[in-house]
Write a protein that binds this ligand. Structure first.
Ligand SMILES: NC(=O)C1=CN([C@@H]2O[C@H](COP(=O)(O)OP(=O)(O)OC[C@H]3O[C@@H](n4cnc5c(N)ncnc54)[C@H](OP(=O)(O)O)[C@@H]3O)[C@@H](O)[C@H]2O)C=CC1
Ligand SMILES: Nc1nc(O)c(N)c(N[C@@H]2O[C@H](COP(=O)(O)O)[C@@H](O)[C@H]2O)n1
Length: 397
């Protein structure tokens, strides 16, 4: 397999499970950047660094093709003057013939230079015009100039800190005329911070280069960036990190915003043992237990006991276990669940027995979700438990 084919299959596998519409209003958001071992994305005074090795760059360019738009902050435009196109492609793919993503720039004061590469190449190569997202309070003369040069300028709401609102941005991007379904956010530091704080990131793909930049470099994430995140909770490894020559690519997924929140990631399943009627689908990020227990005697109820162990859950957090199920006859009809599934709140108990009504000869598919529950200033916050194992579910009737 060539280096390009490897990048193709790796990137497709990263995005393939993120296809279902989400409750949030906006495109699927992939945040991706390259950092050093000491978490720096650039050097002293923002000096641009080639942190990625060749294979990682090829992966980044492949990811670009798989997105409709690539977003950076104006800081990155002024500092790096990037092109934001997919160029490191296979021998049978021409940069000019593939559908290049639209460059999107967050720039509340319209500092965007007319000489920037993204503007030049849209004029020269006919690529999609850069979309400059600005505040309502922008310089209208500069806007006119930019529009004359072919840029599209769209004013949006600002938040109380004076930064452009990420929620408003995403709703505009997903609507016509832009209709962006997949957005790739590349940085820089302030943009990474805003997106993480907004909790609108679905996929976070970090390339880690085996180098130290030192204290003068710009940090990818400072502690403020993650104030809405519970470290080790919100993002879960959902694909095995890949070594690309020198670098490691770490793909993680936001469990809150994706359909994985109804399922358990594969790597959190230690083992499930049961009698032959239990089928565990380990190829999917879920515990998918199907059984065809036929109730015996007069009792139509089945007792299911799930046992698990947890690692790294703070002692004061309660664990809430939900068990959802639906009859296998509806297994292909989507995630519709029977109403009234039991919600069992327990405090670090190690098993849940639950009774489920079953029709004769019926088989059921179970989905188990375990999340921790804690309160932050009167708000209940749920975090999906990062590492645990479901062991020995047993069925008895
Ligand atoms: N290693 C890597 O993968 C990458 C590294 N980089 C590096 O990052 C550095 C640039 O980062 P940085 O200086 O932080 O600049 P950014 O690219 O993050 O741009 C930040 C600017 O964007 C504007 N902006 C508008 N709305 C928002 C919002 N909601 N959130 C955040 N910013 C907003 C602001 O300017 P205004 O107020 O004028 O609107 C803000 O100052 C460069 O050194 C570059 O090399 C960049 C990308 C990837
Ligand atoms: N993936 C990745 N690895 C690095 O080492 C990087 N420095 C970056 N930087 C990002 O890529 C932009 C440059 O893009 P073009 O090559 O000009 O298309 C740069 O501005 C950063 O956003 N990325």
């Amino acid at each position: 397999m060539s280096i390009h084919d490897r990048a193709k299959s790796f990137c497709s596998s990263l995005l393939e499970s993120i296809t279902t519409p989400k409750s949030k209003n906006g495109p699927i958001v992939t945040l991706t950047y390259a950092q050093s071992l000491d978490s720096r994305i650039s050097g002293r005074n923002g000096q641009q660094l080639a942190l990625s090795c060749e294979e990682s760059f090829i992966m980044t360019h492949r990811l670009r093709i798989l997105h409709d738009g690539i977003l950076v902050g104006i800081g990155t435009i002024l500092n790096d003057n990037p092109r934001l196109t997919a160029r490191l492609l296979g021998p049978d793919e021409l940069e000019s013939t593939i559908s290049q993503p639209r460059p999107i720039i967050l720039d509340s004061q319209l500092r965007f230079p007319l000489s920037s590469n993204v503007l030049k190449q849209s004029k020269m190569n006919g690529y999609k015009s850069p979309l400059i997202v600005t505040s309502y309070d922008h310089d209208s003369a500069k806007r006119k100039l930019l529009e004359q040069e072919g840029a599209v300028v769209v004013p949006i709401e600002s938040n109380k800190n004076g930064q452009l609102s990420i929620a408003h941005l995403l709703s505009i991007l997903s609507s016509p005329p832009f209709s962006i379904c997949r957005l790739m956010v590349e940085g820089g530091a302030k943009v990474i911070k805003s997106f993480l704080k907004s909790n609108m990131v679905d996929l976070l793909i970090v390339t880690i280069a085996p180098t130290f930049v030192g204290v003068n470099g710009i940090l990818a994430i400072d502690s403020n960036s993650t104030e809405n995140q519970e470290p080790h909770h919100r993002f879960l490894y959902y694909k095995t990190p890949k070594q690309k020559n020198d670098d490691i690519i770490v793909p993680t997924q936001n469990v809150e915003n994706s359909n994985i929140n109804k399922r358990l990631p594969n790597n959190q399943i230690d083992s499930i043992q049961n009698n032959s009627s239990v089928n565990v689908d380990k190829s999917k990020p879920s515990i998918n237990v199907t059984t065809s227990i036929i109730p015996k005697g007069c009792s139509p109820f089945v007792t299911m006991i799930i046992k698990w162990k947890t690692h790294g859950v703070p002692k004061n957090e309660k664990l809430e276990v939900r068990l959802n199920w639906f009859p296998s006859s509806r297994a292909n009809s989507g995630p519709a669940l029977w109403p009234g599934f039991p919600k069992i709140v327990l405090n670090r108990k190690k098993s849940i027995p639950t009774e489920i009504y079953m029709g004769k000869n019926q088989s059921l598919t179970f989905y188990v979700t375990i999340r921790s529950v804690h309160k932050i200033s009167n708000q209940t916050v749920f975090n999906y438990v990062p590492i645990f194992a479901v062991k020995n579910p047993s069925f008895a009737c």
